[in-house]
Design a protein around this ligand. Structure first.
Ligand code: PMP
Length: 370
C-alpha cells in the first residue's frame, strides 16, 4: 500500500531536495503568505505595492544592508536586484567588462561555468585558464599559478550545482575576480570583499525564483568597457537603485524575509550545519552497498549538492519509487548528469537528511542479496 506523504503546516513535502527553486523555511512562507493578503496593515497586498513607494524603498534598503552585513562588505559594493536569472549575468558580465580586443579568463569547472564562458565569446576573447571537462567535471580543475595579468577579469563558479563540486577556498588573484555564487552563497564564510563582483540567482539560498542578486564594486563599475542598452548596464541599474523598470517586488520581498532568517541563523551556524548535513549523507553513500558517490572526487565534493548513483543502474527506478513512497522528492540528478542529487541548501533541515539516510538504509536492507 502506498504511504501518504508527510506534509508540514504549509502543505509541502517535508523532505524536498530540489536543486532550485529550493525549499524556504515555513516561517518565511507564512510571513510571505500573510503579506500577500495585507502588507503591514496597509490594506494593500505586497503584490500591489508601488515599486517607487516608501514601503518598497525600505524593503530594498534593508535587503541591501543585510547582503552587505552577511557578506562582511561595505558601501564599496553596489547591491543590485536584477531579472533574467543567473544566466543573464553570463551575458552582462562580458558585455560590461570585456572589451572587443580584450581577454577574459574562465575557470571551466562545470556546466554553468561553461555556459558563462560561451556567452562571453560574443563580446571578446576568452581564455579557459583551467578545465575539468576532460574528467567529466568530477573534480575541480587545478588553478594556474600564474595568470595573464592583462585579463579583463577571471570568472569562477564557486559551487558546481550539477556535478556536485565546490571551491571551499579561492586564492587571491591579481586580476578582478567575478564569481557566480548562485548555489552556495551564505552557506559558508568567504572573503567576499576579495571579489570585484559576485552574483547569485536567488532561488537556492536567498529566496524564490525571479530575481538575481548582484554585488559589484564601485571601482569595477569604473572598468565598464562599452555603452549598452540601459537594461543591460550595471552602472545604469546602480544609478537607478534597482528600479529602472518594475522589479519583481514579491521575489525581492521574500528574499528579504530569507535574509532576515539567514541573519537569525548566522552564516557561521549555517556553515556548521551544512558540514554536518553533507558529511552524514556522504558517509551513508560510502558505506551503503546500494550506492556510490563516485561522481565527485572526495576532496572536491560540494556541501550543497550531493551527487550519487545506485551501484546497479537497474536499482535507480526502485529507489526513486521508494523515495516517493516515503515523501522524499526532488532528488533526481540533472538531466545531463543522471543519477541522484540531494541539494542541501540552507533551508533544508538536518532532519530531512536523517530521513533520507534512514530510507537509504531501509532500501539496502530490502534489496541486499547476501
Ligand atoms: N549558475 C549556477 C551555478 C546555477 O546553478 C544556475 C542554475 N541552477 C545558474 C547559474 C542559472 O540560473 P538561472 O536558472 O536563474 O538563470
Amino acid at each position: 500500500m502506498k504511504k501518504k506523504h508527510m506534509t508540514n503546516s504549509t502543505g509541502k513535502s517535508d523532505y524536498y531536495f530540489g536543486s532550485g527553486p529550493a525549499s524556504l523555511p515555513a516561517e518565511v512562507l507564512q510571513e510571505a503568505a500573510a503579506a500577500i493578503m495585507d502588507y503591514q496593515r496597509s490594506g494593500l497586498s505586497i503584490l500591489s505595492i508601488p515599486h517607487r513607494g516608501k514601503a518598497f524603498g525600505q524593503i530594498l534598503e534593508e535587503a541591501n544592508a543585510l547582503v552587505r552585513e552577511l557578506c562582511g562588505i561595505g558601501d564599496e559594493f553596489e547591491i543590485l536586484w536584477l531579472q533574467g536569472g543567473g544566466r543573464l549575468q553570463f551575458t552582462m558580465v562580458p558585455m560590461n567588462f570585456l572589451p572587443e580586443d580584450g581577454v577574459a579568463g574562465y575557470v571551466d569547472s562545470g556546466h554553468w561555468a561553461h555556459e558563462a564562458e560561451r556567452a562571453a565569446r560574443y563580446f571578446g576573447q576568452t581564455d579557459i585558464v583551467c578545465s575539468s571537462a576532460g574528467q567529466k567535471y568530477c573534480r575541480l580543475p587545478a588553478l594556474p599559478e600564474n595568470l595573464n595579468p592583462d585579463l579583463s577579469y577571471l570568472h569562477i563558479t564557486t559551487n558546481n550545482t550539477i556535478y556536485g563540486t565546490q571551491w571551499q577556498a579561492i586564492p587571491r588573484f591579481d586580476v578582478p575576480v567575478v564569481a557566480d555564487m548562485s548555489s552556495d552563497i551564505f552557506s559558508m564564510h568567504r572573503n567576499y570583499s576579495s571579489f570585484s563582483m559576485f552574483y547569485a540567482c536567488v532561488q537556492k539560498n536567498i529566496g524564490p525564483a525571479g530575481v538575481t542578486m548582484v554585488a559589484v564594486r564601485k571601482d569595477q563599475l569604473e572598468r565598464t568597457v562599452r555603452e549598452t542598452p540601459e537594461m543591460l548596464s550595471y552602472t545604469v541599474h546602480a544609478a537607478n537603485k534597482s528600479v529602472l523598470n518594475t522589479p519583481p517586488v514579491f521575489a525581492i520581498f521574500t528574499s528579504l524575509l530569507m535574509l532576515r532568517w539567514t541573519k537569525k541563523q548566522t552564516v557561521a551556524a549555517l556553515q556548521q550545519e551544512s558540514i554536518r548535513k553533507s558529511a552524514a549523507l556522504y558517509e551513508e553513500i560510502e558505506q551503503n552497498s546500494m550506492f556510490t558517490a563516485n561522481i565527485a572526487e572526495p576532496a572536491h565534493r560540494s556541501r550543497m549538492n550531493v551527487c550519487f548513483r545506485t551501484v546497479c543502474s537497474d536499482m535507480e527506478q526502485p529507489f526513486i519509487n521508494k523515495c516517493m513512497e516515503e515523501g522524499i522528492t526532488g532528488i533526481e540528478g540533472h538531466r545531463s548528469a543522471g543519477g541522484f542529487r540531494a541539494s542541501l541548501y540552507n533551508a533544508v533541515p538536518f532532519s530531512a537528511v536523517e530521513r533520507l539516510v534512514a530510507v537509504m538504509k531501509d532500501f539496502e536492507d530490502q534489496n541486499r542479496k547476501d
